[in-house]
Design a protein around this ligand. Structure first.
Ligand code: CDP
Ligand code: MG
Length: 681
């Protein structure tokens, strides 16, 4: 075992605070002792105390990786996995992907040399399909457990099972808040029978790193804000003009809001006096490229105040130094799944008190700070204590499919940290059944169900991919699956604003809707665009996104080939015709309907859409081809809520009778018992 302050700290670039100054350094010996001695160690410490970046390094130096074993550290978010891996690689002094690497869906930057691997919680669960005991890991650290992400919660249950067969496995759970007791109880209890405290003592310990925290002054609004976005921008400039230097971290709920706020901040900063300190506004959200993400960590130029406008990412999983002021809009985008309509939304929801406190804490890491809450103190008092765990408000079909594939057949008896409500489980089973993944006894079907679980896309798309060969459109569906998996738009606004983008988009437009339009884009990129960035620029296409689509497609193709599904590429250059109104387009749309029948809607005379049971009104998103076109029945890839409206994105026309074919027919029957009534046909 290495000494307390060993040589490795001299490799840290001078720019960084030496890790020996982090609160966690004092606990190093103790942490290593606990992990050596107990199967489960729970580390509780303020964000920024060094849990994520230091614990894996302690373990690596203490020879937990000596025999080629790997330390796996899970993160609920892709962006955290990549940025944190980059940081640790830098501290270790290696190239990312060598000793330190990361693995996220469709992107693996690890090698045989990798000892410390950052991985999204969802992906580690997926690894368990191929390696049920996670045998290559000596330690699995479930990081940010306080976030209670769906996959982390499930992973804890799976690790509890694995531990019984692998006494050597070490489980580290780290959390920024104190729910640690509950997690330790969870590990010490036998399923459905709470044990005495002896088992708890044998199984593990909780270690608390009392991180330094400076006081943070909290300011509330006197009256509720009419528009929190506008209020954020206003507050940025109030701070800028009246407060001493120090960077600002502002929380908004999503990418669209952040982009608008950045533009407003940049516009208004032009009005600042030329000699006055300037403002540099930077975004932080999951859809950014790695370089963009990393730029928020750079020091601001001289005489400039850095303003980072972020989603919830910066609440706990990513730490940026130099923040003195926090602006909290009071909302967070939360997933919510309605088991009655089968619709999942991502809606701005008031934060919990725990979140608000955590956000404020970001201001007090290096010296006393200030937090501006853009709501009243009364509104704060009315907030819920903690955010409802994801498992209680999500579409559980993907994880239930995974659990079934891991051999956990009786979902209701699975050891959940918090059990999901019965109606969510029922709904997920229903959906998986209608997709053909489960049989009448709720057992995984072979080969369809098993294969769906193996494909790294959500069940509806997995079904479509598996149906595609028999419908003669696998090559096309692969491209569509890749294009719809991209986060954010493939289009960018040119210097001429939306207009150029519109013109470009029209070139690729297919009458039948967005999926075929995306296919046209992809195929033209491959054949005519010759994968050139110039061609992309001319067509207002994001070159990076397109390149990523190619790589995602290749990976999906490899997954399918591993499952024994041969992919015949009809994609010879020059041979391509635009997909439009022909037989090929019909096959593709029909194939999409075999998975997306759950996301079916019908256009109303006023141009809005109604879901099949007419309970929800939907609007075509302005980015959709169906925004101002006529249609009858459609299916859509995803749904999003902004303010009052629910938008659908990636929309394609279908024929109503396709909805009554195969599993979808059963699905609509299943929901209400009466096919003709529910389908409205
Ligand atoms: O996991 P925890 O929140 O306890 O802390 P951490 O993420 O390990 O961060 C420890 C220190 O490293 C903090 O001072 C961060 O500011 C710094 N850090 C950084 O500068 N850049 C990163 N990408 C990650 C962490
Ligand atoms: Mg952390």
């Amino acid at each position: 075992m290495a000494a307390d302050f060993d040589l490795s700290s001299s490799f840290i670039p001078a720019l960084h605070k030496p890790s020996s100054l982090l609160p966690i350094a004092r606990h190093r010996k103790n942490i290593l002792y606990l992990i050596d001695t107990f199967p489960v160690t729970i580390i509780v410490g303020q964000t920024g105390s060094g849990k994520t970046t230091q614990v894996p390094q302690f373990l690596n130096q203490a020879r937990w990786t000596a025999d080629g074993k790997v330390i796996g550290v899970t993160q609920p978010r892709r962006v955290a996995a990549t940025t944190v891996a980059a940081r640790v690689a830098e501290e270790v002094g290696c190239k990312l992907g060598e000793e330190v690497g990361y693995s996220i869906r469709f992107e693996d930057l690890t090698s045989v040399k990798t000892h410390i691997k950052f991985v999204t919680d969802g992906l580690l669960l997926r690894e368990a399909l191929a390696d049920p005991l996670l045998s290559k890991y000596s330690v699995v650290m479930v990081d940010e457990a306080h976030e209670r992400s769906l996959s982390s919660d499930i992973l804890l249950g799976v690790l509890k099972k694995i531990r019984k067969k692998r006494p050597d496995l070490r489980i580290v759970v780290s959390s920024a808040t104190l729910q640690a007791e509950g997690i330790l109880n969870f590990f010490s209890s036998k399923t459905h029978a709470i044990d005495g405290s002896d088992t708890q003592l044998a199984i593990g310990r909780i270690i608390s790193l009392e991180g330094r925290m400076y006081p943070v002054d909290i300011h509330y609004l006197r009256d509720p804000a009419e528009d929190y976005l506008e209020e954020v921008v206003k507050t940025v400039f109030e701070i800028h003009s009246s407060e001493p230097e120090g960077d600002i971290l502002a929380f908004l709920t999503g990418r669209e809001e952040i982009d608008v706020a950045l533009k407003m901040i940049t516009d208004r900063s032009l009005a600042l006096h030329p000699k006055a300190p300037s403002v540099l506004a930077l975004p932080l959200y999951a859809g950014l490229t790695s370089e963009q993400q990393l730029s928020v960590f750079d020091l601001a130029p001289e005489n400039t105040r850095k303003v980072i406008v972020s989603t919830n990412i910066a609440e706990a999983s990513v730490t940026i130094d130099g923040i003195i002021y926090v602006i909290d809009c009071g909302f967070v985008k939360l997933r919510a799944y309605n088991p009655l309509t089968g619709i999942e939304t991502l809606t701005p929801t008031p934060v919990s008190k725990a979140s608000a406190i955590q956000r404020a804490g970001r201001a007090g890491r290096t010296k006393p700070g200030k937090c501006y809450r853009l709501y009243t103190e009364r509104a704060y008092d009315a907030l819920t204590e903690a955010t409802v765990p994801e498992i209680q408000r999500s579409n559980l079909a993907p994880v239930i499919l995974q659990l079934k594939a891991l051999g956990i057949d009786n979902i209701l008896r699975f050891d959940f940290l918090t059990p999901p409500p019965a109606e969510l489980v029922t709904r997920a089973l229903e959906l998986l059944y209608s997709l053909g993944a489960l049989d009448d006894y709720a057992k995984l079907t072979r080969p369809i169900g098993i294969r769906m679980a193996e494909l790294a896309v959500e069940p509806m798309m997995a079904k479509v991919l598996l149906e595609a060969p028999s419908m003669g459109c696998l090559s096309e569906i692969l491209s569509i699956a890749a294009m719809t998996s991209l986060q954010g738009s493939v289009w960018f606004e040119g210097s001429d604003g939306r207009k150029g983008q519109e013109t470009s988009r029209r070139k690729f437009a297919a009458e039948e809707g967005d999926h075929l339009t995306l296919l046209n884009v992809y195929e033209t990129f491959i054949t005519k665009g010759r994968k050139e960035s110039r061609w992309c620029r001319e067509n207002h296409l994001n070159f990076k996104s397109m390149t990523r689509a190619v790589s995602v497609r290749n990976q999906l193709r490899r997954y399918l080939e591993r499952l024994g599904v041969q992919v015949e590429e009809s994609l010879a250059p020059g041979q391509k015709q635009k997909v439009d109104g022909n037989d090929r387009a019909v096959r593709i749309r029909r194939c999409l309907t075999t998975g997306y029948f759950v996301h079916a809607a019908r256009m109303q005379p006023d141009g809005t859409f109604k879901t099949v049971n007419e309970s929800v009104t939907l609007h075509a998103h302005p980015s959709s081809l169906m925004f101002n076109r006529k249609a009858d029945w459609v299916i859509f890839h995803e749904l999003m809520e902004t303010g009052e409206k629910t938008f659908i994105r990636d929309v394609t026309k279908i024929e109503k009778n396709w909805l009554l074919e195969g599993g979808s027919g059963e699905y609509y029957q299943l929901k209400d018992g009466s096919r003709s009534k529910t389908a409205g046909v």
